[in-house]
Design a protein around this ligand. Structure first.
Ligand SMILES: Cc1cc2nc3c(=O)[nH]c(=O)nc-3n(C[C@H](O)[C@H](O)[C@H](O)COP(=O)(O)OP(=O)(O)OC[C@H]3O[C@@H](n4cnc5c(N)ncnc54)[C@H](O)[C@@H]3O)c2cc1C
Length: 399
């Protein structure tokens, strides 16, 4: 394994720790593209993968704070409640995801009229998981060359900053960073997601807002937010909203945008006003970070293998890669060993997304999309109707 920094430097070591059954393309859009049976098979594989991550990490002796408590998506307006109802009804019609509609009496976020609860989600500590996995594969004989930047590659040969490496088969797993390499430059768009963590809060606080260990939370706004209660009782809370950078550039300073950090802290207070009450308002934000995730042009992740060039590619998970990378790993293992299995028949196998546009179109499109998503939330607040902008954007973002 050739790694430019250290194993876990990328999104895998700094994500929100939602080990979820989410896939960037909705079930309905998978059905439209691949047919109902294939869409249902993909959903079943994703739901099973949540438990598989827990099983595999326990088997490898990794304590990554894995607790499966499900995820609560608050509906904080009538429009959001209608969206929650529709999501639960759609899941029921497919019969795989066991979503539940919760009434206002069961949820404690400000203004929540209800929530959609998905039991197929675990909370974990991503850096503990990825460092544990790195140690586990090394113990089984794999070599990880850290501080080894790949400069370019072609079938059977990889050029690194320290020399060439030849290989029988090649797996490309660079996700958002693929944008910095020639062969994958336009295959994924690096989209930044940023996070904050607070100091540990007392159990009484968590009881008051109704978030148990193992539970993660979000709401039905369009500009994604996501949170968890960490094992040591902190909020780890993140969201999108940082802009796309010209030429798909990735730089350390893009991980930290004060405007977004401030917005995240404000949003936490809006969701749970007790955090801003005299009792807790001094609770400090102790950590701030961010990183790039990888967005394919059609928001369709893939696990692919080309036997002719003996090259595999897995990625395009958008914000849902924690568990999906596990499914990708198992799927690539079967594809590369020529094993015909349920995994190799899943509809994302060998899917090809078209490339992103060259600049300046990519810059204009990505940032216009971001703005449109922000406007969609404003539009819903003002009109109290489901956003027209979101409806137009839906097919472009895998819905
Ligand atoms: C802030 C944030 C929050 C997120 N929250 C969640 C979440 O809660 N749940 C969820 O499911 N998903 C989440 N995601 C997405 C998820 O983390 C990713 O989809 C997943 O980790 C991708 O894994 P990966 O191994 O494919 O890529 P990465 O983990 O990004 O790994 C790519 C690796 O390639 C290395 N690399 C880059 N360039 C080179 C080079 N030239 N040579 C050698 N090595 C190179 C990098 O250093 C990096 O270690 C989040 C992402 C971010 C950024």
């Amino acid at each position: 394994m050739l790694e430019k920094e250290i194993a876990g430097f990328g999104a895998s070591g700094r994500n929100g720790g939602w080990c979820s059954a989410l896939f960037p393309r909705s079930t309905a859009s998978l059905e439209r593209k691949h047919g109902r049976d294939a869409a249902l098979a993909m959903r079943r594989a994703m739901v099973a993968t949540v438990d598989e991550v827990g099983r595999a990490s326990a088997d490898a002796g990794i304590d990554a704070d894995f607790v499966k408590g499900g995820t609560i998506a608050y509906a904080r307006s009538r429009v959001q409640l209608a969206a929650a109802r529709a999501e639960v009804a759609e899941a029921a019609s497919y019969g795989v995801d066991a979503l539940e509609l919760w009434g206002a009496d069961r949820v404690h976020a400000a203004g929540a009229l209800g929530a959609a609860f998905d039991p197929a989600c675990a909370r974990l500590h991503p850096a503990k998981l990825v460092r544990g996995l790195a140690a586990a594969v090394e113990a089984r004989g794999a070599a990880i060359a850290e501080q080894t930047e790949v400069l370019d590659y072609r079938p059977g040969r990889v050029e690194t900053a320290h020399g060439s490496v030849t290989c029988d088969r090649l797996v490309i797993a660079t996700e958002g960073y693929g944008a910095t390499l020639r062969p994958t430059h336009r295959r994924v768009l690096p989209l930044y997601s940023l996070m904050i963590a607070t100091e540990p809060l007392p159990d009484a606080f968590w009881d008051e807002i109704g978030i148990a260990h193992g539970q993660t939370f979000a709401d039905f706004r369009h500009l994604v937010i996501y949170g968890q209660r960490t094992a040591d009782n902190r909020f780890a809370f993140g969201g999108r909203g940082a802009r796309y950078h010209w030429g798909s550039a990735i730089r350390p300073e893009y991980d930290r945008v004060q405007r977004v950090f401030d917005h995240l802290r404000r949003t936490l207070g809006e969701l749970f006003p007790v955090l801003d009450s005299a009792r807790f308002r001094d609770a400090a934000v102790t950590h701030r970070w961010g990183g790039p995730l990888g967005v394919p042009r059609d928001w369709h992740a893939t696990a692919s293998y080309d036997p002719a060039t003996r090259t595999a590619w897995a990625g395009g998970y958008v914000g849902d890669g924690l568990s999906t990378t596990n499914l990708a790993g198992r799927t690539l293992a079967d594809l590369m060993t020529g094993t015909d299995s349920d995994l190799t028949r899943l509809p994302w196998v060998n899917h090809r997304s078209r490339s992103w546009e060259p600049e300046p179109l990519r810059f204009a499109g990505a940032n216009a999309g971001l703005l449109a998503t922000q406007f969609a939330d404003i539009e819903e607040r003002v009109t109290k109707r489901r956003s027209l902008i979101a409806r137009v954007m839906g097919p472009l973002t895998g819905h």
